[in-house]
Write a protein that binds this ligand. Sequence first.
Ligand code: SAH
Ligand code: SF4
Ligand code: F3S
Length: 500
Amino acid sequence: MDFNNEFKGIDFDAMDYPPTDEPLRQMYFMYKLRKVFDEKEKSLGRKLTYCVVTFGCQMNAHDSEKLEGILEEIGLNAASEDTADIVIYNTCTVRENANQKLYGHLGQLKAAKKSNSEMLIALCGCMMQQDDVREYIREKFRFVDVVFGTFNVFMLAELLYRRYSGEKQVIEVKKEHGKNFENSLPEKRKYSFKSGVNIMYGCNNFCTYCIVPYVRGREISRTPEDILDEIKSLVADGVTEIMLLGQNVNSYGKKYMDESEIVKSSAEYDFPELLNDVCKIEGIRRVRFMTSHPKDLSDRLIEAIKNNPKVCRQMHLPVQAGSNRILKAMNRHYTREHYLEIIEKLRASVPDIGITTDIMVGFPGETEEDFLDTVDIVDRVGYDQVFTFIYSRRSGTPAAEMEQVPEDVVKDRFDRLLKKVSEKAAERVGRFKNTIAEVLVEDMDSHDETMVTGRMSNNTLVHFKGCKEMIGKYINVKLTEEKGFYYIGEPADNLEGLAE
Ligand code: SAH
Ligand code: SF4
Ligand code: F3S
């Protein structure tokens, strides 16, 4: 839907009450907010600004693009956190210390608010789904203006309007999924040529260390039609690379949501099928997805990757731990043997695939032997990249009640793991040296203005001499120098005429 036309085509002034139907209701509030801001900007003699600060995973990053889209649609400009008039913290709560960190930030914002009387502070994201956090904010941080949850992102304009209309501390946190208007509200994408697309929300896995299922709700998938329609409109906007997002994309399609109801449950249409359908969309050149859970990764998915050159040669497959005892205690539902078997199948079918993972050290009850099993997995798999985490005792999860490993032991294991990880990754990335790879150019190099940076299909970063006209284009690059996690290269084709 062309939001601008809808927005401008409707006479909101003639309405006595806000419309009840979404997303029209939100457009009404955007319109009303613009009127409020017009007045403010006139008396201040300057434009109002915003800043969205994002913590956590791809889900939050994508939600922030929606928040920014709404704020830009209302005509606000982006600014830095300490000068912005509307500051939104999109929080993550996966680690226990996140709460204390947020409260620390809020202390600083309180001072900033004193020097800018216009300043409005809003908090959203996973942390706000927790009752105790909201209670604490209500009691201790009265100067926080708006609090909303992960299921309320689409209604930002309405919540801001309520605050500007005199309501004191606006708190709106839904606990369950409803329709969230992915296709019909604005989005400010960081890149014009690539975009994330939510294919499902929530998680059913209840890994014993993880808070996500408690704050993001039960797993539910968007219908294929809804997803494919969104991707088609992104393509019409110039997007060529899509990242399909979900906490466990391999279980896509078990329960669908449509118009805030679950309309069907189907075993027939699953993730491999969705992947194939996305690839069929004309104009799409690359499709990525994350996260995959090893327990649900099927042979059909491996086939779909193999047969579809548009599916990127990249697999993020969190292993978390290498010991069967720990995997069981984590409730991961796979063994190290099964995991290694998947890796073998993936490599046999898609030899150039880049494999990345998440690993946690210090899960309750982890012995030296268990830890060495984790190091062994890193050795055997040879990951291109490993995201390493120190286990955090997340209250509200079963693992928080289990016997914890002493901090100094965990720290020592973590350092040893990091060492192994960087040795192996450096070995891995070198395998493409002197070959030619297709690179989607993403940005100018932040350290050298004569260089650009982009990514290979397997997600490896490549830097090479270039110009801003290359951004968003696919360029064949010879990978001449290997630099640990990335390559320096040189364009392999004649690029004359690109700057025209
Ligand atoms: N759905 C994804 C991961 C989502 S959370 C999956 O199943 O892999 C991202 C990562 O944060 C996890 O992979 C895990 O390694 C880490 N994580 C989650 N809870 C944690 C905790 N309590 N302490 C430390 N790391 C944690
Ligand atoms: Fe958390 Fe496990 Fe769900 Fe991932 S699969 S979000 S780690 S509960
Ligand atoms: Fe954090 Fe929420 Fe993602 S808790 S990891 S932002 S789903």
